[in-house]
Design a protein around this ligand. Structure first.
Ligand SMILES: Cc1ncc(COP(=O)(O)O)c(C=O)c1O
Length: 450
């Protein structure tokens, strides 16, 4: 029998009506492993903090979502949203599952090409496409989703001068009943701008209009917004068909489905308030069926879902650096993962569980990262059992946006491993080192102090 750990006694105030005589419940029971691999083993071999991604969860998420959409609308194509997580290994799993690529910059475009994705299987979104990037993408047959008139004029000039044809779509924004409106991207539907853009495209012999696109927002909690968006794009598609005899290859409804992370300030846990994939699929297919076309004439539905497909496939393992008391007596825990690598900590209340059995008495605490910066707050308030220096924690649902928005600030980015379907572990991004950083720096000779 192992010796029981010593716990410093604490006095905690009981608020009548809010909790019973046993105190608050520990929210999360220990999570000692990720898909059967002990947290201790992962940290001993790859360091702490450590990002862990599970291949099987990604595949499962993608297959489930595709099945749900395909049972409601016959032609569905997923496009992996690179900005959500563009680690090669992650993108490759999505591509193996049949996703094409959705990129929003030349860098992301080049990353997809380097992975072996053909130009024609890349959707090029975003407001910033240089002429050089457009020329390359047009030559390689990518689908350019035009964001504004200046981009349209650039494309007309490039195709004219180089005698090229471009496959294009326009991004459309509309009022979907969720505010503030995302009207800074694309052409507006209600004021007729989108229709104007379509007519200008169709008047140009070098432009091949292949689709319509929208992305109504992110972490969307309203499935109705997607019905409205689908319905607006369908109205444009009907106009194209009836007035100009144009059939579209696809309607792209973007991404934005909320994941199961709970937002800061959200009272109920995400699982209880976020619509399911079924809800989103019902709403979208209802909107699309307003097209009233024969099945063989129906456009493909493209989805650029990011966070909802990858968030729960990512974990961040961290180690307790210290316990302390703030000046008002409040418990504080300092861990070795800061907001520089957990950017989503600014808007999510991540689920955080100890990796080992802890003390018997849960106590509320503030959890801080290791940075010498006041903003480095991982959780303002979390109730956990007592933890000792060196104890491990598992931060869940970090697969989306953390590994792209992370910054090298005060400390460098850590290792990322993938737990493969067969249970093996692969290092998929090496921890950064001083040498890595210095490769990019240049010291003018006169400043040398050696
Ligand atoms: C054009 C576009 N498509 C797809 C996405 C993915 O969104 P999400 O991760 O919320 O599904 C984004 C993210 O903002 C986007 O801007």
């Amino acid at each position: 029998m192992s010796k029981k750990r010593y716990e410093r006694p604490i006095i905690s105030k009981h608020y009548s009506g809010l909790m019973n005589k046993f105190g608050t419940k520990t929210l999360n029971s220990p999570k000692p492993d990720i898909e059967g691999i002990p947290v201790k083993h992962l940290v001993e071999n790859y360091g702490s903090p450590l990002f862990v991604i599970t291949e099987s969860k990604i595949r499962q998420n993608q297959r489930d979502a595709l099945r749900i959409f395909k049972t409601r609308y016959p032609k569905v194509q997923f496009a992996w949203s690179y900005k959500t997580n563009y680690l090669d290994a992650v993108c490759a799993v999505f591509h193996q599952e049949g996703s094409i690529a959705e990129v929003v910059s030349e860098f992301e475009y080049d990353k997809a090409r380097h992975l072996g994705i053909k130009g024609e299987d890349i959707i090029f979104n975003g407001p910033d496409k240089s002429k050089a990037a457009l020329l390359k993408a047009i030559k390689e047959g990518a689908r350019i989703h035009i964001d504004h008139f200046d981009e349209l004029y650039d494309i007309i000039e490039i195709t004219d001068t180089n005698n090229l044809k471009a496959n294009v779509a326009i991004r459309v924004n509309m009022d979907v009943g969720v505010y503030p409106k995302w009207d800074r991207f694309g052409f507006n539907y209600e004021n007729g701008e989108a229709w104007q853009a379509l007519k200008r495209i169709l008047a140009n012999k070098n432009l091949n209009l292949v689709g319509l696109h929208t992305h109504v927002g992110t972490y969307m909690m309203s499935s109705e917004a997607y019905r409205i968006a689908a319905s607006a794009l369908v109205a444009l598609a009907k106009g194209l068909k009836n007035e100009l005899d144009v059939n579209l290859d696809y309607i792209d409804l973007g991404g934005g489905f909320a994941s199961h992370n709970t937002l800061i300030g959200q009272y109920l846990p995400a699982e209880e308030v976020v619509p399911s994939f079924e809800d989103f699929a019902d709403a979208i297919s209802t909107g699309l069926f307003e097209l009233q076309l024969r099945p063989d004439e129906m456009p493909t539905l493209i989805l650029e879902t990011g966070r909802a497909l990858v968030d729960n496939a990512g974990y961040l393992l961290s180690t307790v650096i210290a316990n302390k008391r703030l000046s008002n007596g409040r418990r504080a825990i300092i861990i070795d993962a800061g907001v520089n690598i957990l950017f989503t900590g600014f808007w999510y209340k991540h689920k955080i569980s100890p990796a080992q059995e802890g003390g018997a008495h849960p106590e509320e605490a503030s959890m801080f990262g290791p940075l010498c910066m006041n903003i480095d707050v991982i959780r303002e308030s979390i109730t956990l059992p007592s933890l000792r220096k060196g104890d491990k924690l598992v931060i869940e649902d970090v697969g989306a946006y953390d590994m792209t928005q992370w910054m090298q600030f005060i400390s460098m980015r850590p290792n990322v491993v993938m737990i493969m379907e067969d249970g093996s572990i692969e290092l998929i991004r090496k921890a950064e080192t001083l040498e890595y950083l210095l490769q990019q720096e240049l010291l003018p000779a006169k400043l040398s102090i050696k």
